[in-house]
Design a protein around this ligand. Structure first.
Ligand SMILES: NC(=O)c1ccc[n+]([C@@H]2O[C@H](COP(=O)([O-])OP(=O)(O)OC[C@H]3O[C@@H](n4cnc5c(N)ncnc54)[C@H](OP(=O)(O)O)[C@@H]3O)[C@@H](O)[C@H]2O)c1
Length: 397
């Protein structure tokens, strides 16, 4: 490490925000004592206040370096990317604020992780920066929070319980009891107002991506709402988040997922009327988000920088159950933990940063998923940090 020309192993960008603050606290408690990590944000005063808070958790944190950078100042993003081996960022909405840092990391050969769950951003970053990152050796790892680590690593864990070299199907069922932060809300409203741009970004990505492997097939499993025995006869309702596309990318990149891999992603809903009401609410927001005046009103409803209290987070939990089938076997696996959106997300992002910086991992570059770039090394870290990956059933089909 002493001969490493870069000053830092890991920089946390966005340390002054709600999730950034929790991620900073996690690092203050859990980063190895010899890790050279730093906090970054756009306001030195706010960064100093965060550092004072961290020093009350761990006195060593009083000496953490502070780096000032604003996404509107390209040189500051380049300076951050050049001074560290890894950057993790909580500065969102990513479609609004994310690109300058991704561009700087791709150019500087710096590994990058973020918390986006915004498909348009991920597709745009692939089109604009994957090639440069492949040349420089940078690993650009999006979706390192609840979107999509439990799903991506959970599907990989399920595949690893099944025979090799045979067609496999995996179904995921997500149950989360939690509330969201202002930053997440702002990202959702921003995304809802960009349906046309999302389709354009998906098309552009599809044009640039290499042709699919003619031998292996990877795709979606046909799906519709149904009662599902694997989740105690609750309702499984198709859930169009970014997670299934991340899982399918991991499957395309890794032959271990078999010659024909199919995946379906569902919400795990105890009462169907709740899912219908949630769907109706989201459709209403989608409509309102299309017009600038009503979108403005929606943006005002929950302010950025706010989030659920420690007491509320304490009561929050998540479970993602997976049914995997193939080669004459049937397995049921589960990933579970505490507050999905913030406490566990801060843990997942911080451990992703530490894993990128310090662990033996497969040789990859460009835009990569967590399962592809980090896989079992990151899973082991998360298990040591209290998240659970369990095999609930393993039987002949
Ligand atoms: N995928 C998941 O599971 C998951 C979970 C949690 C959060 N998230 C995502 O993470 C993001 C952050 O959420 P949050 O609730 O933590 O938001 P937040 O509290 O609003 O924090 C946003 C951060 O961005 C910084 N920022 C804003 N404009 C900037 C600029 N021009 N230059 C540099 N920094 C700038 C803010 O700095 P100031 O403090 O100076 O304003 C703040 O540190 C959101 O996109 C959210 O959707 C995802």
């Amino acid at each position: 490490m002493a001969s490493d020309p870069r000053e830092h192993d890991l920089v946390l960008f966005g340390a002054t925000g709600f999730t950034g603050g929790l991620t900073a606290e996690y690092l203050a408690r859990h980063a190895p004592p010899d890790a050279r990590w730093a906090l970054a944000g756009r306001s030195l005063g706010k960064l100093e206040a965060v550092r004072e808070r961290l020093a009350r958790i761990s006195p060593a944190a009083a000496g953490i370096p502070l780096l000032v950078g604003d996404v509107t100042d390209r040189a500051s993003m380049e300076a951050i990317a050049r001074c560290t081996r890894v950057v993790i960022s909580t500065v969102g909405p990513y479609i609004t604020f994310g690109e300058p840092l991704v561009a700087a990391c791709a150019a500087a050969g710096t590994d990058y992780g973020d918390l986006t769950g915004e498909p348009e951003f991920v597709d745009r970053m692939f089109v604009a920066h994957d090639g440069r990152a492949q040349e420089s050796g940078a690993r650009i790892v999006h979706c390192c929070g609840f979107d999509s680590i439990p799903h991506d690593l959970g599907a990989q864990f399920t595949v690893q319980q099944l025979p090799e070299g045979v067609p496999l199907t995996v179904q995921g069922f997500v149950r989360a009891e939690a509330t969201i932060s202002g930053g997440t809300y702002q990202s959702v409203i921003t995304g809802l107002g960009r349906a046309r741009q999302l389709v354009a970004a998906q098309r552009e990505r599809a044009r640039r991506e290499p042709a699919p492997d003619p031998v292996r097939h990877v795709g979606a499993l046909r799906n519709r709402p149904h009662r599902e025995p694997v989740i105690e006869n609750a309702w499984a309702v198709p859930l169009p988040t970014i997670d299934p596309s991340v899982i399918l990318r991991s499957a395309r990149a890794q032959p271990r997922y078999g010659p024909d891999f199919r995946y379906a992603h569902n919400a795990w809903v105890k009462r169907l009327p709740v899912a219908v009401a949630a769907g109706a609410g989201l459709s209403g927001m989608l409509l309102l988000a299309q017009l600038p005046p009503t979108r403005k009103l929606l943006h005002r409803a929950i302010a950025a920088g706010t989030g659920p209290s420690p007491q509320r987070r304490e009561k929050s939990t998540f479970r993602v159950r997976f049914l995997g089938e193939g080669g004459g076997r049937r397995v049921v696996c589960e990933v579970s933990g505490g507050d999905p959106g913030y406490d566990e997300t801060a843990k997942m992002l911080a451990e992703t940063g530490l894993c990128l910086a310090f662990d033996q991992t497969p040789s990859t570059a460009g835009q990569v998923t967590t399962a592809q770039a980090l896989g079992p090394a990151l899973r082991d870290r998360l298990v040591r940090a209290g998240m659970r990956f369990d095999v609930l059933e393993d039987a002949a089909a």
